[in-house]
Design a protein. Structure first.
Length: 204
């Protein structure tokens, strides 16, 4: 994926929060979700992630330095040279990202970074002809309709286009919105998830 396709940092933060909020409503069981967002990952740090349960994932760290995103598509794994190149090319300002054990930095097939003052993202250069970014990052650029299509296929339920679009707009969450997406959801549990995601909510 060209780094030009990634949204600016504030927009990317909102998109990843929306993906996590939607998944939290549609799938109460955390271990079966794709998307998560932790607004209190560390002091001054927020973390978004995707795991597909098949060995592929990505991790996004947002902090005062800017944002850095690392992904791993297992079918495109190399001999570890890309992971070493990542450590060499990403600026030292992203040390918290580069040395975070939870991100499994030794397993990587693509990586992007953007300082808060930068006008664009930079992609770590490497030798991989295919790196899996186009597929794994699709919902970061596809908008609400792409999420709705994906969620209906993955969760095998009807997903409201109206509510999906509202959550992508960061419309404050209400019990009615929650139950419109998942009639079996427990609103109190979803509100707790919203607090962790730092997604706006009414009536929590």
């Amino acid at each position: 994926m060209s780094p030009d396709l990634l949204p600016a940092i504030p927009q990317l933060r909102r998109v990843t929060q929306s993906l996590a909020m939607l998944d939290a409503i549609l799938c109460p069981e955390w271990e079966y979700r794709y998307y998560s967002f932790n607004s209190q990952w560390g002091p001054g740090e927020e973390m978004a992630s995707m795991r597909n349960g098949e060995g592929d994932d990505w991790f996004l760290l947002l902090d005062s330095a800017g944002a850095a995103l690392k992904g791993f598509a297992h079918e495109y794994a190399d001999d570890g040279t890309f992971a070493a190149r990542l450590q060499q090319q990403v600026p030292p300002a992203f040390a918290a990202f580069l040395h975070e054990p939870a991100f499994s930095m030794d397993a990587a097939s693509f990586c992007y970074w953007r300082r808060s003052s930068d006008d664009a993202w930079t992609k770590v250069s490497g030798m991989l002809a295919q790196d899996g970014a186009d597929d794994l990052l699709l919902l970061l650029t596809g908008g609400p309709s792409a999420y709705q299509e994906w969620a209906q296929a993955y969760y095998e339920v009807a997903v409201s286009a109206e509510i999906t679009e509202a959550i992508f707009r960061h419309q404050p969450l209400t019990e009615a919105m929650i139950l419109a997406l998942n009639a079996d959801a427990v609103p109190a549990q979803v509100y707790a998830e919203a607090a962790e995601i730092a997604y706006p909510a009414i009536g929590s």
